[in-house]
Design a protein around this ligand. Sequence first.
Ligand SMILES: [Zn+2]
Length: 215
Amino acid sequence: MMSEIVVLYEGYSINSGKDEVIANCSCTLVKGPHNIIVDTMTSWDADKILKALNQWNITSDDINIVVSTHGHSDHIGNNNLFMKAKHIVGFSISFKDKYYLHAFDKGEEYIINDSVKVIPTPGHTLSDVTVLVHSKDGETVAIAGDLFEKLEDIENPNIWLEAGSDDPVEQMKHRAKVAEMADWIIPGHGPQFKVTNRIRDLLKNQVKDTPLIKK
Ligand SMILES: [Zn+2]
């Protein structure tokens, strides 16, 4: 059984002043053998999320798995709406006080079902993950969190670097890797975009050419 992807809210980030950014993350529902919600916005967005789920006849108790691509406040704000779900926050997998050990740090992927898996893609933080979904139409969608800030950050890497990167070299490598695997990317703070061969080449060349990589 395949999975279907619904972007409940499209993320954004806008520099609004000298020391301020207005931002919220993309919040995505994956419907299928497991109902999965990826990135739960800020703590002020509970009503918005419940309302959006309601349009699909889904209650918070129908969610089986919550994934926060990393632990920043705009990606974990409403995890506690989903009390029946297993919670994956970055490299950490838990249900109530039970923690499931998984070697994301050794590169191991976490298979949720035939059409969905979670892979480690550190860089933005050292424990970022990306959700890969094989959708109904045979395409692969990467729900990437802040591995990609938005489409524009491919031409202009300063956008993702300035959004904060705990390991820019790792992030660059994982950006190129995810682009190889995906037909579409849902970035952390912008609309979904199609991955073209030009984008794949740009990302590969950034890994090769960057002065950040010590040869
Ligand atoms: Zn973010």
